[in-house]
Write a protein that binds this ligand. Structure first.
Ligand code: NDP
Length: 284
């Protein structure tokens, strides 16, 4: 039976570490500050935003909340971002996605100063990640790496397979694993012999968006299995991209869904807010 990687526990450890550093910064009269921008009334987005604000409170990070109506124009949103970019007391800007259809998401994300891009989505930060110099790493991929490392697993030299190549999960996870000296293979919908490739992985990351897609026959005995997927089943319950019940019997380590990668995203966002604040204030 695999060791279960407890994302709730590890994410709390990370938030506690952030909180301790925030306390130290307060002695210098500095408080990290995150601006969270929500446009429209999508209920799922409202929950995400509330959870981010709660995490800020826990860590001692100031949060500024901008809840804008659905009819907000692109120009108005860009103007708000310009104001936040220019505000020296604001260190992180997060625009909750998805945005209403009349607003160009890419244009908005490009407008955020890379130094304040705590989601790590700006092409400048993606570029730094690809050359191994990332400062603000995208949160979910960075969370995957923390889960592996904090379970005591050394990534260096390991055969790592990532299933999924999206810009927000698959690609950055692959780059981060490579930065940790893993030997990385990326699979996607056009990959041939995927089962065979996966079954050779020491570390297998699933970011596909297909419920229980990775089955035990695709997993090497003792492998580390990180399940990024969040899928709603017909019975209303959440499940991952990995068939947990069968894979758990074969893997060495596995993340559950929920309670694995999920809680790490916000913890890494808090870490990025702290990192951005320190960088802006020239603190190591
Ligand atoms: P995308 O839909 O953007 O990407 C899915 C990837 O999986 C694509 O690269 C696609 O390949 C690949 N894929 C799809 N079908 C197959 C297949 N049959 N065989 C091999 N590869 C396949 O999804 P995301 O990366 O945004 O998200 C992936 C999952 O992670 C989702 O369940 C999402 O909800 C979850 N997620 C969880 C987060 C968290 O905080 N825990 C955060 C973000 C996402 P191709 O490129 O060829 O189309």
């Amino acid at each position: 039976m695999a060791n279960i990687i407890d994302g709730k526990l590890i994410s709390t450890q990370i938030k506690d570490e952030v909180r301790a550093e925030v306390e130290t910064l307060s002695e210098k009269g500095i408080q990290p500050c995150l601006a969270v921008v929500l446009v429209g009334d999508d209920p799922a987005s409202a929950v995400y935003v509330r959870n981010k604000k709660k995490a800020c409170e826990y860590c001692g990070i100031k949060s500024l909340s901008y809840e804008l109506p659905d009819q907000t124009t692109e120009a108005e949103l860009l103007e708000l971002i310009d104001t936040l970019n220019a505000d020296p007391s604001c260190h992180g800007i997060l625009v909750q996605l998805p945005l209403p259809k009349h607003i160009d998401e890419e244009k908005v994300l490009l407008r955020i100063l890379p130094q304040k891009d705590v989601d790590g989505f700006h092409p400048y930060n993606v570029g730094l990640l690809s050359i191994g110099n990332a400062v603000l790493k995208s949160c979910t991929p960075a969370g995957c790496i923390e889960l592996i490392k904090r379970s005591g697993v050394d990534i260096a030299g390991k055969n790592c397979v990532v299933v999924g190549r999206s810009n927000i999960v698959g690609k950055p996870v692959g780059m981060l694993l490579m930065a940790e000296n893993g030997t990385v293979t990326t699979c996607h919908s056009k990959t041939k012999n995927m089962s065979e490739i996966c079954s050779k992985a020491d570390i297998l990351v699933a970011a596909i968006g297909k419920p229980k897609f990775i089955t035990a026959d695709m997993v090497k005995e003792g492998a580390v299995v990180i399940d990024v997927g969040i899928n709603r089943q017909e019975n209303g319950k959440l499940c991952g991209d990995v068939d947990f019940d069968s894979v758990e019997k074969k893997a060495g380590y596995i993340t559950p869904v929920p309670g694995g990668v999920g809680p790490m995203t916000i913890a890494m966002l808090m870490k990025n807010c702290l990192t951005a604040c320190k960088a802006i204030n020239n603190i190591n």
